[in-house]
Design a protein around this ligand. Structure first.
Ligand code: HEM
Length: 532
């Protein structure tokens, strides 16, 4: 009603065709026929202060499952509703791209699998997914065990010396060592390497062994995280790149990583050329089971730039995420001794002193539930980013193309509408004999690995990795918050970090007696040698 409709009826009376009038006045009708997305007001100052998804949760409680957040000329749609998340991620995923995420990460991931869209993504996903086959994952379990064992030895020394340990950085080293081996058979050896200051890169020409120190990787990671929360993209200003010491450092680190990856690719190519192994579905080189080796042996026809982009993408995807999961799991456990005791009991009875095997993955049920629950409370990343490529409808609301959208996994995972006692760390909410919770059986209220075609391809890898590390660590040690440790607060990057680390006191557990299992031929073992 109002002026537009008076004008419309007036024009109709003077003979303008109704079809044309409907078209001309559709803009005026729209707000009447369609509900408008609620707009969150006065949020900007709040957003700058803390981990940015915390105020988004407060606004969700006020404005509901979809609302608009405006910063000057820019606005974002904040989605915290399972049905809308499902629509964007699965039902109409073709209509969405990675948007600002791709723009922010371009400098480090290029057109790697996470930022890539369209045809490049399709081709690369099809090439890479087969590399994570059953036999590969089985081999990786040994790798998880060996790397965790190195961490155990470090903790053992700390326990002897009565020194507190900062677990967040140790977990970061653990998962870096693992992902380097898993992706391109490269040993960062960051757990045994403590220096971590001086040279970023050391090339030993006569051996042709490039040694990349984790420093370069960290420089780039920090930069990616800072860029994702920076209000102004300073790094896009040409001169800034050359004069800012920090941007120069980033550029050097990137060059270094590229050279190193090129060298690793070249070494791997030579290995593939020399080996006799026939390529098949579950192809794996025992000496080098890495994903890179699989890709090269499969005859993956791809530029070395794209291959580098994909490796770098997976290095980042698989490193910080798993480290953050372990960090927050141990933080949660420090407040729930009952859960810890149950976890230790399971590790004792399933593993004893052994390294975990693939068969144990089915048996370490409680450890798996602890990880499931940790991922509910601390999803990594806490927010998924998308941009609409065409007009669409989200719930009741029509939206235009080019909308930037945040799917708030944090909100979904902590919604009082979705969960009983939403903030409580309660692994028991997932029955041991039930299915492993995932986005499908939880109907998109639980999205630890995303969903739809862009779902994480490392989900099984990451679950086994964290279950192995968790079980082996709690089997050997007790963990407590260190006396006088800084309060554990969250800060945001791509994943959720602590502001000042996770300082813990680690003590050796007194080994419980290993109860003989049925398979053990007890009477033969007991019989003293030489006695008739
Ligand atoms: C994508 C979580 C470990 C490789 C994703 C997504 C999530 C996620 C939520 C979806 C992103 C989106 O839709 O925008 C996690 C968590 C991990 C983990 C919580 C650890 C606990 C890994 C590992 C790898 C990996 C170990 C590699 C071996 C990828 C890749 C994608 C992805 C390549 C992009 C897939 C695509 O777009 O087709 N991850 N991830 N992730 N993840 Fe993971």
């Amino acid at each position: 009603s109002g002026f537009p409709s008076q004008l419309k009826s007036g024009l109709s009376k003077v003979g303008v065709p109704t079809g044309l009038l409907d078209f001309l006045f559709s803009w005026a009708d729209a707000p009447e026929n369609y509900p408008k997305i609620p707009e969150a007001k006065g949020a900007i100052s709040a957003i700058q202060s803390e981990a940015f998804f915390v105020p988004l949760f407060e606004l969700y409680l006020t404005y509901g499952g979809i609302y608009r957040l405006t910063f000057g000329p820019k606005s974002f749609l904040i989605v915290s509703d399972p049905a809308i998340a499902k629509h964007i991620l699965r039902e109409n995923s073709k209509a969405y791209s990675k948007g600002i995420l791709a723009e922010i990460l371009e400098f480090v991931m290029g057109t790697g699998l996470i930022p890539a869209d369209g045809e490049i993504w399709r081709v690369r996903r099809r090439a890479i997914v087969p590399a994570l086959h059953q036999k590969y994952v089985t081999a990786m379990i040994n790798l998880f065990g060996e790397a965790t064992d190195r961490l155990c030895r470090k903790l053992d020394a700390a326990a002897s010396d009565g020194e507190d340990v900062e677990m967040e950085s140790l977990f970061s080293r653990l998962t870096l060592d693992i992902i380097g081996k898993a992706l391109f058979n490269y040993d960062f050896d960051s757990l045994t390497n403590d220096t971590g200051i001086v040279e970023v890169f050391l090339l030993i020409p006569f051996l042709l062994v490039p040694v990349i120190r984790e420093q370069a990787v960290y420089t780039v990671l920090r930069e990616a995280e800072d860029r994702s929360v920076a209000p102004i993209p300073l790094w896009e200003i040409p001169i800034w790149k050359d004069i800012s010491p920090r941007q120069r450092k980033v550029a050097t680190a990137l060059k270094l990583i590229n050279t190193t990856l090129d060298d690793l690719i070249a070494i791997c190519k030579r290995m593939v050329d020399e080996e006799e192994l026939q390529f098949h579905e579950e192809y794996m080189n025992e000496q080098d089971p890495s994903i890179l080796h699989f890709l090269l042996a499969s005859g993956d026809d791809v530029s070395s730039k794209q291959l580098r982009d994909d490796l770098m993408t997976m290095l980042i995807a698989g490193h910080e995420t798993s480290a953050a999961v372990l960090t927050w799991t141990f933080y949660l456990l420090s407040m729930e001794p009952g859960v810890m005791a149950k976890l230790q009991e399971e590790a004792d009875s399933v593993l004893g002193d052994r390294f975990p095997t693939i068969d144990d993955m089915k048996k370490l049920k409680y450890a798996t539930r602890v990880i499931n629950e940790s991922l509910r409370l601390y999803p990594q990343p806490p927010v998924l980013i998308r941009r609409s490529l065409e007009d669409d409808k989200l719930g009741d609301y029509p939206i235009k193309r080019n909308e930037d959208i945040f799917i708030c996994i944090w909100n979904l995972h902590r919604s009082p509408k979705q969960w009983d006692d939403a903030d409580k760390f309660n692994p028991e909410r997932w029955p041991l004999d039930g299915p492993n919770p995932n986005e499908t059986n939880q109907n998109f209220r639980y999205l630890p690995f995303g969903g739809g075609p862009r779902k994480c391809l490392g989900d099984m890898f990451a679950t086994f990795e964290t279950v192995v590390a968790l079980s082996m660590l709690v089997r050997r040690f007790n963990f407590q918050m260190a006396l006088g440790a800084p309060e554990v607060k969250m800060t945001t990057g791509a994943t959720i970090h602590t502001t000042e680390g996770l300082k813990m006191t680690v003590s050796r557990r007194i080994k419980p007696p290993i109860v003989p299992t049925l398979e053990m031929p007890a009477f033969e073992v007991d019989k003293p040698v030489g006695v008739p």
